[in-house]
Design a protein around this ligand. Structure first.
Ligand SMILES: O=P(O)(O)OC[C@H]1O[C@@H](O)[C@H](O)[C@@H](O)[C@@H]1O
Length: 281
């Protein structure tokens, strides 16, 4: 079991966590606390675009961006600022499962656009067949603040046209490619034939794990039981500088979080949200 510090590309301090027999590893940038890669059993689980842009202030296309404190468009930049800030390395552990903690504290720039004092801790833990992330939000201000939060995970797939997702049957969702209409999932298995951008609003009721191609299991916690499913399809991928037409079929985003409404966090209080991804076979 080890934790190695290295530089990714030029100027991006990074960490590599490896399990005891070397069969699983994860690579994390301090920039965005961004998980770039998770391999287990010699299989890369995450998708990272070959056109991803690595530059201060830019979001990285692929891996697991942290969406916080705002999901989607709004008063803040799209998906908030946590994914474009540099986090600090905190505690590390190589005794049981290998894990690290990363921290992000409010600063002058965040206070200008979001006037609330916060302290975020992201715990990342690697097990042999699974990967766990937990975000803790501490309200360090003297008033209540509100946020939405999402683990924006890009999974690598052989072909989006043959990809299936199960576990969402009967769950209500907002269909962002159909005028944000509210619908209920009637399919036992979701398949992809066009641009898909849905926010499944479970409100903590869905006990089902989500399965991607019957092989990868994704589970949120009680506080993070909304699931966003996204693929831009060919045209939008072509129009996106950091995706590209050739990449649209290679990934699906299955994103666990709390986005159907805002979390209201009182002063001095903590909120925790997590997800666990397991390779089943
Ligand atoms: O390009 P971004 O900002 O990383 O967002 C990608 C997608 O992220 C998803 O979570 C949203 O539901 C989509 O609407 C959005 O297009």
């Amino acid at each position: 079991m080890s934790i190695t510090e290295f530089e990714y590309k030029t100027g991006f301090p990074a960490l590599r966590l490896t399990n005891s027999n070397g069969s699983a590893s994860v690579e994390i940038l301090l920039y965005g606390a961004h998980v770039l890669s998770w391999t287990t059993n010699n299989k890369q689980i995450l998708f990272l675009s070959d056109k991803a842009i690595f530059a201060p202030g830019k979001a990285i296309r692929g891996g697991i961006p942290i969406v916080w404190p705002q999901f989607g468009p709004g008063p803040l930049p799209q998906h908030g600022f946590a994914r474009v800030k540099t986090w600090r390395l905190g505690k590390t552990n190589t005794n049981d499962d290998v894990s690290v903690e990363l921290h992000l504290l409010h600063d002058e720039d965040t206070l200008k656009i979001w006037p609330h004092k916060f302290n975020l801790t992201l715990t990342i833990r690697l097990k042999e067949k699974s990967f766990y992330q937990e975000l803790t939000v501490h309200n360090e201000d003297n008033h209540t603040f509100e946020f939405t939060s999402l683990f924006h995970t890009y999974f690598t797939v052989d072909d989006i046209k043959t990809t299936t997702i199960s576990g969402l049957n009967n769950v209500t969702y907002t269909d962002k490619v159909d005028g944000s209409k509210t619908k209920t999932e009637t399919n036992k298995t979701l398949e992809f034939t066009s641009e898909t951008d849905r926010v499944y609003n479970d409100g903590g009721k869905n006990a089902n794990p989500i399965l991607i191609n019957d092989c990868i299991q994704v589970i949120g916690s009680g506080t993070t039981s909304d699931i966003v499913v996204w693929n831009p399809w060919q045209e939008k991928a072509k129009g996106s500088v950091d995706i590209g037409e050739h990449n649209f079929s290679k990934f699906v985003c299955v994103e666990v979080g709390h986005v159907h409404d805002s979390v209201k966090l009182d002063k001095d209080q903590l909120w925790k949200g997590s997800h666990e991804i397991t390779l089943l076979k």
